[in-house]
Write a protein of this length. Structure first.
Lengths: 111, 112
């Protein structure tokens, strides 16, 4: 049984560019949440998708957007990248309001 | 606003030296408290969920307990492979839809 998968593993971008990160949830899970983890910090909630709609959002600007597809996979898009967007981006999947399982993350570096 | 504070920030132990990690929380209507283990550069690995005060769960050398204000992760006779960052998170009920609020983590290093 495959767990949560994310792609790519690493990504290097320059300021002002746009990036798309991808997540496939654990088999049987229909809810996907995205988190940003800066070095030495705990993960910060970005948003959650369920039934292809954004159901809840954390304190992140509109430059951060997402999408969920009918097969429950999800994308995180970040526009107009800033140096401060450099972080480990984590995807977590679950059933609604149940235990969340995390993927390996995508390390984004903005130069 | 939900708050989670973990202590200590870093803990160094000798192999076999038991200890505890603390997670203090402030949340309205706690629905669950979660413990995760995270290795450097990797995603968090799920360990436990605790739902109500007095609940305890065990897994190998780890035991998690919960009170109305804090949770402890007890590590008995740790081994070097237990070295990792341990994260605590809370889930508030109501319309939080499973959003997790994390602490900053405790970095555990176990020396052979």
């Amino acid at each position: 049984d495959a767990g949560v998968t994310q792609s790519p593993t690493h990504l290097i971008k320059t300021r002002g560019q746009q990036v798309t990160l991808r997540c496939s949830p654990k088999s049987g899970h229909d809810t996907v949440s995205w988190y940003q983890q800066a070095l030495g910090q705990g993960p910060q909630f970005i948003f959650q998708y369920y039934e292809e709609e954004e159901r809840q959002r954390g304190n992140f600007p509109d430059r951060f957007s997402g999408h969920q597809f009918p097969n429950y996979s999800s994308e995180l898009n970040v526009n107009a990248l800033l140096l401060g967007d450099s972080a480990l981006y984590l995807c977590a999947s679950s059933l609604p309001a149940r235990d969340a399982f995390f993927g390996p993350g995508t390390r984004l570096t903005v130069l | 606003e939900d708050q989670v504070t973990q202590s200590p920030e870093a803990l160094r132990l000798q192999e076999g030296e038991s200890s505890s990690l603390n997670c203090s929380y402030t949340v309205s209507g706690l629905r669950g408290l979660f413990w995760y283990r995270q290795d450097p550069g990797k995603g968090p690995e799920f360990l436990f969920t605790l739902y109500s005060a007095g609940e305890e769960k065990e897994k190998e050398r780890l035991k998690a307990t919960l009170t109305k204000k804090e949770s402890f992760l007890h590590i008995t006779a740790p081994k070097p492979e237990d070295s990792a960052t341990y994260l605590c998170a809370v889930h508030r009920g109501g319309t939080s839809y499973g959003k997790l609020t994390f602490g900053q983590g405790t970095i555990l290093t176990v020396h052979p």
